[in-house]
Design a protein around this ligand. Structure first.
Ligand code: SF4
Ligand code: SF4
Length: 166
């Protein structure tokens, strides 16, 4: 049985909001010039994002946060795939109009596009979980409470996936 862990953000973490370029060089390099300017303008003297409430560990501009803060965009930023952009594939996999377009294509193409969409979603989740673990480990420790809560949240999605398949 193929059981898929799904990425979840947890409250009271914010590990990915430490933007210090010396620590996040790889993330910064993946951005285009305009995104890099936006990113660098958000870095506070302590290395944390100026929009991060360090007491409550929450984003003060969550609904207006930049696109590179949205985990759905991670796969598109960190892969150089020659096929359809993974982020776009994920969006279109959950978009009924795009799936209707797939209906009008030859069966092999349509099947391949749908399986690509599903694989992209799996890739997206795995990458997002790995990135979160890396950042949580670096900010709050690999054996700390935040890592335990994050791992529990991911385990919960696996249990849900098992229940749905019964
Ligand atoms: S590191 Fe992951 S779990 Fe923590 S705030 Fe960022 S996205 Fe959420
Ligand atoms: S804008 Fe919000 S989500 Fe993005 S790094 Fe800053 S505090 Fe974090």
């Amino acid at each position: 049985m193929n059981v898929q862990a799904q990425w979840q953000c947890i409250s009271g973490c914010g590990a990915c909001c430490r933007l210090d370029p010396e620590l996040r060089g790889e993330a910064l390099e993946a951005l285009d010039l305009q995104q890099q300017q936006t990113y660098l303008a958000m870095v506070g003297a302590d290395g944390w994002c100026l929009h991060f409430d360090t007491g409550a560990r929450r984003c003060r501009i969550y609904d207006q946060r930049p696109d590179f803060c949205r985990v759905d965009n991670l796969l598109g930023l960190f892969t150089a795939s020659s096929r359809v952009s993974p982020a776009a594939a994920f969006d279109s996999a959950s978009n009924s109009e795009s799936l209707a377009d797939v209906d009008s294509q030859p069966a092999d193409d349509a099947f391949s596009q749908v399986t690509d969409h599903l694989q992209d979603q799996v890739d997206r989740d795995e990458l997002a979980i790995a990135c979160c673990r890396q950042q949580i480990r670096s900010e709050w420790g690999g054996r700390g409470k935040v890592m335990k809560r994050f791992n529990n949240a991911i385990r919960h999605t696996i249990r849900q996936s098992i229940r749905q398949r019964r």
